[in-house]
Design a protein around this ligand. Structure first.
Ligand code: DGY
Length: 323
């Protein structure tokens, strides 16, 4: 029997790719940069399955370009804002993602960004390399305390809660804001409205999905509510923060520092004013980038793809209403 045809939009770890190779006729995009949208449109024509990345825009036009035989879209990410889910659902195409397995790696990284921004680790490294370190100084590169501080977590799903667990080891007080959490739930920390969280937190960490409600959730107005000593951490999606408003807040000392693993756009252009700021750390979207985590992500993405190709329910499906 002929193997199903799939397009895999980038080289993924062997753990998952080996499974795909064994079961499918694979067209693999081997370049370092993602295929351009026009190229994607070409390459998906006639495929039965698509294994894509968060850098690929998968919309209705693309699904139609693939053709009616397209059975499954498997995203190699937990986030799926790159995919038009209603369009997939309307075409009865199940979409898979990779939840759960990257929770710890992402929470570890968010906490490390929080510490690094507060205690000026990256700035300290630049200071040394620039030959500015002349002596030990009582007032060099001071920052706020982490132990005992208040951490506000926006979006209290798996990753937000895993961050709270780490913070509890530092005796931090946890506030969270998440309209999806049912009132009266006994999750650790205190549920508060957004304004209270922003006003009272020493650290604010973002763990929301990107959607129309959360786009630019952190903007000029919400930044103005934060303490001048506050630190903002974003490991969710870049557009949750208005970059221009963040630039102004950091430049004018309206907040103390920020650390971003995600930006808008990605990658950040080299002439972005954000790159001029000393009180901002920017990482290249690597919060889930531990080797074991990425292996597991590739495996889960492969399992979703193969399930869809053989008309089985995807192990992790973001639009189960297709069934
Ligand atoms: C995701 O999976 O959505 C992350 O942003 C990358 O691992």
């Amino acid at each position: 029997m002929a193997k199903p045809k799939v397009f895999v939009t980038r080289i993924i770890p062997d753990k998952g790719f080996d499974l795909v190779k064994e079961a499918c006729e694979v067209d693999l995009w081997t370049e370092e940069l993602p295929p351009l949208y026009e190229v994607l449109l070409e390459r998906v024509r006639g495929v039965d399955g698509l294994l894509c990345l968060l850098t690929d825009r998968i919309d209705a036009q693309l699904m139609d370009a693939a053709g009616p035989q397209l059975k499954v879209i498997s995203n190699h990410a937990v986030g799926f804002d790159n995919i038009d889910i209603p369009a997939a659902t309307a075409r009865k195409i199940p979409v898979g993602n990779t939840p759960g397995i990257l929770t710890d790696a992402t929470a570890d990284f968010a906490f490390s960004l929080l510490v690094a921004a507060a205690r000026r680790v990256v700035e300290g490294d630049r200071y040394v390399r620039a030959g500015k370190w002349k002596t030990w100084g009582p007032s060099i590169l001071l920052g706020p305390d982490i132990t005992g501080a208040t951490l506000g977590i926006i979006g209290y799903g798996r990753i937000g809660q895993a961050l709270a667990k780490r913070a509890s080891g530092f005796d931090m007080r946890i506030l969270y804001h998440d309209p999806m959490v049912a009132p009266g739930s006994n999750l650790p920390g205190t549920a508060v409205d957004l304004e209270t969280l922003l006003r009272e937190s020493d650290f604010v960490s973002l763990h929301t999905l990107l959607n129309e409600q959360t786009r630019h959730l952190i903007n000029r107005d919400t930044l103005a509510l934060m303490k001048p000593s506050a630190v903002l951490v974003n490991t969710s999606r870049g557009p949750v923060v208005d970059g221009q408003a963040l630039y102004e807040a950091l430049k004018e000392g309206k907040i103390f520092a920020a650390a971003l693993d995600v930006t808008d756009p990605e990658p950040l252009p080299m002439d972005s004013p954000l790159l001029e700021l000393d009180n901002l750390i920017i990482a290249p979207h690597i919060a889930s980038a531990s080797k074991p985590t990425r292996d597991k992500m590739s495996l889960m993405a492969a399992e979703n793809l193969l399930a869809g190709l053989s008309d089985r329910r995807l192990p992790t499906c973001v639009n189960p209403e297709v069934y």
